[in-house]
Design a protein around this ligand. Sequence first.
Ligand SMILES: C[S@@+](CC[C@H](N)C(=O)[O-])C[C@H]1O[C@@H](n2cnc3c(N)ncnc32)[C@H](O)[C@@H]1O
Length: 1021
Amino acid sequence: MTEIQQGPSARGDDPPATAPKLQPFALKDAPALIEAVFPAQKVSFEAQRERKAVQSQTLTGLGSYWKGRKPLILVRAIVLGSLLPQTDDPEKDLEIFEKLMAFDEGGLARRALENNVFKPDDIARALTLDNPWRYFTYKVQAMGLSAGEISHWRFPLDPAKEGIRIRWRKECTEAMKLDLYARMLACLPDYETRAGLSKRPEEMDQSALHAPIWPDVNAHLGHLGIAAHSHPELVEQLGILRYGHRPRVGDTFCGGGSIPFEAARLGCDVYASDLNPIACMLTWGALDIIGASPEKRAEIERAQREVAEAVDREITALGIEHDSQGNRAKAYLYCLETRCPETGWMVPMAPSWVISNSRNVIAKLVPNPVSRSFCIQIVIGVSTAEMKAAEQGTVRDGNLVYERDGKTYRTPIKTLRGDYRDADGNTFNRLRHWERTDFKPRSTDIFQERLYCIQWITRDSLNQSRKETFFAAVTEEDLEREYQVESSVAANLARWQGEGLVPDLAIEPGDKTDEPIRTRGWMYWHQLFSPRQLLSLALIKQSIIKRKEPAVFLALAKALDWQNKGCYYGTGASRESISHMFSNQALNLLFNYGCRSFQALKPVLLETQPGAFFSARSILCNSAANGIKETSQIFVTDPPYADAVMYHEITEFFIAWFRKNPPPPFDQWTWDSRRDLAIKGSGDDFRRGMVDAYKAMTEHMPDNGMQCVMFTHQDTGVWSDMVSIFWASGLQVVGAWYIATETTSELKKGGYVQGTVILMLRKRPAGDRPGFKQRILPEVKREVAAQIRQMLHLNTETEAKMGAPVFNDSDLQMAGYAAALKVLTGYTSIGGEDVTAFALRPRRKGETTVVDEIVEQAAETANGLLVPEGLDRETWGSIGGIQRFYLRMLDMETTGAAKLDNYQNFAKAFRVQDYAAVMASIKPNAARLKSVTEFKPRDLTDRTEIGPAPLGALIVAIQEFLAEKEPEVVMANLRDALVDYLDKRPVLIDIADFIGAKARGPEIRRAAEAIASRIRNQRLQ
Ligand SMILES: C[S@@+](CC[C@H](N)C(=O)[O-])C[C@H]1O[C@@H](n2cnc3c(N)ncnc32)[C@H](O)[C@@H]1O
C-alpha cells in the first residue's frame, strides 16, 4: 500500500508552493457530502454485482458460512461520502465523488478495457473514425483490395464484409484505447449496461484504476489544502480537516467484518467489535489475513500446508483411506437405517438412490430375507428407466416408503420417531437422547447409520491433476477400516474432549438448535460429525494447536462446515458433489450425506485468500456493543434488526470446537455465544438493547462525529422503531438513502427485492428543545418540500448535462423521510414526553406513534410533490392510492425502468393494499404494470381498489373502445360508471390524455386520446 503522507507531497502534479496548507479542523462542522448527494442507483447496481460474484467476493473465502456481509462497495461509498465536504457546487461534488468510486466515464472505460469487452471489430462497426489506422492494423482477406484503397477507409464499417481482418496496432497506447472505449460506452443506454460490461472496481489494480483522477480531485478540493495521490492519502487529509487526524471508523456489530475491512482498505483506522467470537475471528481474518503483508501471508500459507501435510501423513499411516490395491477414497456416502414397524425389516433411508447421473450409477436395495435387511449393491451403467426408478428413494414426503414382494410399505417418519404431545401440547418423541460419550448410534437406537457407497480415486491417478474415480459397494475390507476408525474414536474421545480437540459442549435448545435434538436425539455438538469426520478433524486441530498460527483456525472452521453430517450429496447432470452445512442459515440434517475423505478435504485447508495489504491501525474487541471503550469519529453499523440470521445459535456449532485452548489473540475472547446479551427480534427488549448500544456509541463519538446505520427497508413501522431508538440515543437524522442490495431468488414466493436504508445521523446539539406535534407538522412539511425541490433542481441540471437524472423517485422519497425526521429528532421531547421514555415505552398493538404520523406526513408531502410529468398538479392532488401508483409507474416505465423494488416502494408510499393486482409481472428485474388491455373484468370490479376509481372506469372505456363498441355506448357506460361523473370530468380528461401519451401500445394510446377528446367535447345538459 502507498505510505500515508500528511499534507502535500512533492510530485509532478502537486499544487504550487503557494497552495493552501491543510488546516486541522478547517472542516470541523462542515456538512458531509452524503448529507446532500449520493449516487444511490449506481451504488445499488455495483452492490448487486458484488453479491452476484458469490464465492469470489473478497471476504467470502474466509468463511462462506457467515451470511449477510454488507457489500464492500456500499461501505466504501458511505465512508467516503461521510468524509468529503459539500462545496457550493453540488454537481461538481457528485462528479468528483463518482470519480473516486470509479463510476465516472473514465473509470468505466478503464474497467471495461480491463475486461477487454470491445473487440476491434465491434469498434469498427460502431464508431465514426476518420483515421482508424492510427489505432488498428489490417490484413487483407478478400481478393482485389489494395492497401492504398484501404488506407482511405473510414469507420464505421464491417471488417468481415469488407474483406479485411483488423487488430489493435502495437503503437496504439492505452490512452488511445481508453478514448475509443469511452466512446463505445457512450453509445450504450445507461450506467447499468456500461458497468455490466466492465470489471468491478474492486477487481482492478487500484493505483492504475484511480491514477488519472487525482489532478481533478485536487483541483476541486485544493482550496482546502487537499493534495492526494491515493485514497488513503485523501482519507487521511480529510480526517485532518475534520478531526485533526486520520479518522477512525467504528463498528460495534462487525459480524463478518466487511465494514472495518473496507474502511481499513480505504485508509481509515478501525475499531471493530462483536459479541460473537466467530464474528470476531472472521473480522480478524479480514484485517489480519486479507490485509496482511505478502510476507505474513506467505507464512500463513506455509502453516496451512504444514498442517495439511502432517495430517495427511497420519491418515495414510493409519491406513483408513486406502484400500489394499492402493486406491484412495474420495467420498463416503452414509445413510440412516431404521426398522420398519410393520415388517420388522431394517430399511436404509435416502430420498434418492442415484449415485451418479453422468455414469448412470445407482444404489440398489437387494432384500435378504434371512437377515430381514437389504444388501446395498452399487450398479454402474444402468438404463434410463432404472435411473428414474432410483430417483424415488425410500424417504418420500416425510414417510419411509419401500417395496418388497410387490407390496409397498409406508410409515411416517414422525411415527418412527414416536412423536407425541404432552398435556400442555408440547411435542416430544421417543428418540434416545445421546450422552456425551456417544459418537455413533447404539444398536437399540431407532435410527442407525450405515455406509453404503465409496467413491475411490484410482491408485494410478492419485498424483495426477485429473483424477480417475469409480464408485463401489462397501466390502468387508471397508467395514474393517470403518471399525478401525470407530475404535480409534472410542479409545480417544474422552482425551480429545479433555484437550479440546473435539467438542464436549451440550447443544442448547433454541430456534435453530432444536433441530438435531428433535430429529436425531443428538445432545452434544460432536454428534453432528461421524466417527471418520471426528478423527480427521481432531487430527487437524491437534496439528494446528502445535503450530500456534491463528490464521489456520479459520481454515479449520471452514473444514467443519464442509465435513459434517449435514453435508448434502448432490448428483448434478455432469458431476457429483458434496456441499456444506451452512448453504443456508440453519442446521439442516439429512437422511443421507456425503463425507469427504481427508484427501478431498485437504483443498479446504489449503485455500488461499486474495491479498489487499493495508497498514491501518485496528482495534478488535469481543464485547457487547454497549461495552465500547474507544472513540471513533465515524460509526458505520449494520445492527441485528429483526435478523433472519440467528448468528448466536448457529455459530455455537463452531464455538464448540474452539472454546478450549484458542491461540492468541483469540484467547482474549469469550468463547460463548452469550445468547442472553445478543440483540435480537424487534420487541421491547430489542429496542432497549439498541438504545443502550447506540447511546454508548454516541458517547464515544466527538460532537462533530457521524453515524451511518443500515437496515432493511420494510414498512413505516420499521422507521418508527429505528428512528425512536436513535433519537433516544441522542442522535439526529441528517440524511437517508435507499440502496437495492439484493435480489432474492424467484423461487421464494414471487419477486422480492431487498432494499437497505442507510440512515445518516449526527449528535443532537446539547440542551433541551421541547416540541409539540402541532408545531412540528408544518415545519416537517416545509422541510420536506424544500429538500425535494432542491433535489429536483439538481436532477434537472444533471439531466440536461449528462442525459440522466441523479436521483430517482425512491431517493426523493427517502430524502423526504429524512428531512421530516431531521426536524423531529432535533427535539428532545414531544408533547412533554421525553424521547428516551418514548422509545422504551412498550408498544401497543396497532398503536400509531408520533413518529408514524410524522413519517406519514413526510410521505404525503413528498408524494404530493412528485407529480408525474404530463399530469396536472390538481389531478395528482385529487387522486390517491392505486391511481397514483398506476400513473406514476406508467410514467416510470416510459424510461425503461423495470425494477420491482420501485413498485414495492411506491405501493408502500401510496398505501396501496394489493399492488400485485395491477401488475403483469413481479419479477425482480422485469416488473411491469398490466397494460390497459391486460386487465380482466374481475380486476375491475367494485371489490378491487382500482375498479371503482375514475382510472378503473377509464380502463373499461378504453377496452370497450378497442373492442369496437359504439363510441356513444362507451361514453354512456363511462358516465354511468361514476356517480359524480360531472365533477370528475377534468380528472378523467387529464388521466386519459396521460394514458394517451404514456401507454406502451399505440392502439391503447389512440383509444385513450379519442376518449379524452370525446369527454372534452361532450355536450352536457
Ligand atoms: C447483521 S450482523 C452484522 C453483519 C456485518 N455488518 C457483516 O457485514 O458481516 C449483526 C451482528 O451483531 C452482533 N450482535 C448481536 N447482538 C450484539 C450485541 N449486543 N453486541 C455486539 N454485537 C452484537 C451479531 O453477532 C452479528 O454479528
